[in-house]
Design a protein around this ligand. Structure first.
Ligand code: IPD
Ligand code: CA
Length: 277
């Protein structure tokens, strides 16, 4: 059942609203479970490794299973794509990262988040992130703006590159030499470049004006879809992440404050969506 699904009739407003409300509740309950795990990490619980620099804890699977089981019960016809438990593709799809920033979580650094997005016919309708360690919840619905803890957020008005702060993410999925080239180009522009090890939160921070851009040359849908909608709804500019097979196999991601988006796009060689959105 994992071939690419055909399009389905669109949900009506009430059906979308019911799912969005459910999503808010799930972010909270999943965040509580993640927080229980975080306390154990602070106490020195063991960490395992899936691959080089790719960490996993008992709580990644535990949080995802909680979300998956509750969604299956509430919306049995919807599909599911999760980082830890795999995919059951359908035209209506919940895309879940139970703990993004696992490397931080595992070392008891309070910069991680549960991320949930809902996609219908390859279009993100709503999405949210919850960092229980800071009690911060981001949520966006298409056409309705983006919020942190219920308050509207906007991308930064930064225009000067020598004041801009850009986050660059990377993984072993792309050769180091390519990242080093993009890093050099961003530094040559005069931007500050940092990495805080949660792609999901990095994108939300662009939406929130805490950072001016996020770029990564390959990222999976569970890491970035909720953030991508937040960023667009908050006035940031992005690439067309869902083009081609993005939902299924990942794509590059770029989200940026409008005043520096062109320059960062050229430096990273990630084209912005056309028309801009
Ligand atoms: C990773 C983080 C990281 C990004 C990687 C992701 P994980 O997810 O978001 O910042 O650079 O591409 O795989 O392992 O923390 O869930
Ligand atoms: Ca992740």
């Amino acid at each position: 059942m994992n071939e690419r699904p055909a399009l389905s009739p669109e949900l009506n407003r009430d059906e979308i609203e019911a799912r969005a409300q459910f999503c808010r509740g799930l972010l909270a309950s999943a965040g509580s479970i993640a927080m229980e795990g975080f306390r154990q990490m602070e106490a020195g619980a063991p960490i395992e490794i899936k691959g080089p620099q790719d960490f996993i804890t008992e709580y990644d699977a535990r949080v995802e299973t909680h979300i998956r089981e509750h969604l299956a019960e509430a919306f049995p016809g919807d599909g599911f794509l999760g980082e830890e438990t795999g995919a059951q593709f359908a035209p209506r799809l919940w895309v879940v990262d139970p703990i993004d920033g696992t490397a931080n979580f595992a070392r008891a650094i309070p910069h991680f988040a549960v991320s949930i997005a809902f996609v219908e016919n390859n279009r993100i309708l709503f999405g949210g992130l919850h960092n229980p360690a800071l009690d911060e919840t981001y949520f966006a619905q298409v056409g309705k703006g983006a919020c942190r803890n219920g308050r509207p957020i906007r991308a930064a008005a930064t225009k000067q590159l020598d004041r801009a702060s850009v986050e660059l993410g990377w993984s072993s999925r792309i050769d180091n030499t390519v990242y080093l080239d993009r890093l050099a180009r961003l530094l040559d522009l005069g931007t500050n470049v940092r990495r805080a090890s949660s792609g999901a939160l990095a994108i939300a921070y662009v939406a929130d004006g805490r950072s001016d851009a996020y770029a990564e040359l390959h990222i999976n849908a569970w890491d970035c879809l909720a953030g991508l909608l937040l960023a667009r709804e908050a006035g940031a500019i992005a690439n067309d992440y869902l083009a081609g097979e993005g939902l299924y196999t990942g794509n590059p991601i770029l989200v940026a404050a409008p005043g520096i988006a062109d320059a960062v796009s050229r430096a990273t060689s990630i084209p912005l969506a056309s028309p801009l959105r």
